[in-house]
Write a protein that binds this ligand. Structure first.
Ligand SMILES: Nc1ncnc2c1ncn2[C@@H]1O[C@H](COP(=O)(O)OP(=O)(O)OP(=O)(O)O)[C@@H](O)[C@H]1O
Ligand SMILES: [Mg+2]
Length: 299
């Protein structure tokens, strides 16, 4: 039997690529779930920052949050100054209203992905899209359309899902599915974040409940958030078991993992930061942020 190597999209998040045999599967659609403050946005920003600075892959961050400038400030606090990357068209930021239609979203994604040769896309939080839809069939259709589009455009996507269900460690409460849980069945992978150190290592935890076409750690893995972002602590003995050739072929990213072109800088939050952020997000008055059409933050 000929084993076709699975191409990878490494996250560069310390520990995560180890527990997934090299990162997300390239061109897959992935769900990241967790409650408020569990680290979803941090994970997405770190994925995009590392993509551009370590793996030379352009990214797109689509926000449904009320204020994307706040998100950029969050990134700065980890030392990820996206200003320059945005100016160089390596990571673009797009603000959507929760009322944006799926058609508008698809059109704008298609335009930007091809215009900027984007390989990584993050939607944060995608659950907002389902807010105004009550028909489960329509939600399924929307998720399916989005996911098919991302695959056609050859991008690796992560969709953040606001969910408290990840608190249910057994995942057994299938009768109480929330509106966006359908996404988890359709997605190629589901990673759940937890706010407490349930694994005994770190003060937070992460669990991958599914990842198609690859082996991966399945237990709760320790995690923490520091001023450098997210860190995962893979248990070494489990990694050795996973690396056994009889279980799965070793699959590596076809792209060599380059060292960061620049070391990640510790960021303070200087007064000038607002000016820098305005450089990529010039004037997005609050009233415009609720409009139905997407708004790209341009320099
Ligand atoms: N420098 C830091 N050191 C340690 N923890 C930090 C640091 N900066 C942020 N955090 C933690 O990260 C959390 C924010 O994470 P993040 O915004 O990524 O979560 P989220 O899941 O996107 O939340 P929400 O659902 O509210 O959008 C903060 O609540 C804080 O606990
Ligand atoms: Mg967030």
């Amino acid at each position: 039997m000929v084993m076709v190597p699975i191409e990878r999209c490494p996250t560069g998040i310390p520990g995560f690529d180890k527990i997934t045999q090299g990162g997300f599967v390239r061109n897959s659609d992935n769900i990241l779930t967790g409650g408020p403050g569990f680290g979803k946005t941090t994970f997405l920003l770190q994925f995009l920052w590392n993509g551009a600075t370590k793996f030379n892959e352009n990214g797109l961050y689509c926000s449904f949050e009320p204020d994307i400038v706040e998100t950029l400030k969050d990134a700065m606090s980890y030392g990820w100054d996206f200003t320059k990357l945005n100016e160089q068209d390596r990571v673009k930021f797009l603000k959507f209203s929760p009322r944006t239609s799926i058609e508008d979203l698809k059109n704008e994604l298609t335009r930007l992905i091809s215009r900027y040769s984007i390989q990584r896309v993050c939607l944060d939080p995608v659950s907002v899209l389902a807010l105004n839809i009550n028909d489960e069939g329509k939600i399924r259709e929307m998720v399916f359309e989005l996911s098919s589009l991302m695959k056609r455009l050859n991008v690796t996507s992560i969709l953040a899902d606001e969910s408290l269900e990840s608190q249910n460690l057994t995942g057994s409460d299938v009768t109480n599915l929330n509106k966006t849980d359908i996404m988890k069945f359709l997605a190629d992978s589901v990673t759940n974040l937890y706010e407490s150190g349930l694994s005994g290592v770190g003060d937070r935890a992460l669990r991958i409940s599914k990842m198609r076409r690859t082996n991966h750690a399945r237990t709760l893995i320790g995690m923490r958030i520091t001023s450098k972002g997210i860190e995962i602590f893979p248990p070494e003995e489990k990694m050795q078991a996973m690396a056994m050739p009889s279980q799965m072929p070793q699959q590596q990213s076809q792209k060599p993992q380059q060292p960061a072109s620049k070391p990640v800088q510790q960021a303070s939050m200087p007064q000038t930061q607002t000016t820098q952020l305005r450089a990529i997000s010039p004037s997005v008055p609050a009233q415009q942020q609720t409009q139905t059409s997407p708004q790209q933050l341009q320099r």
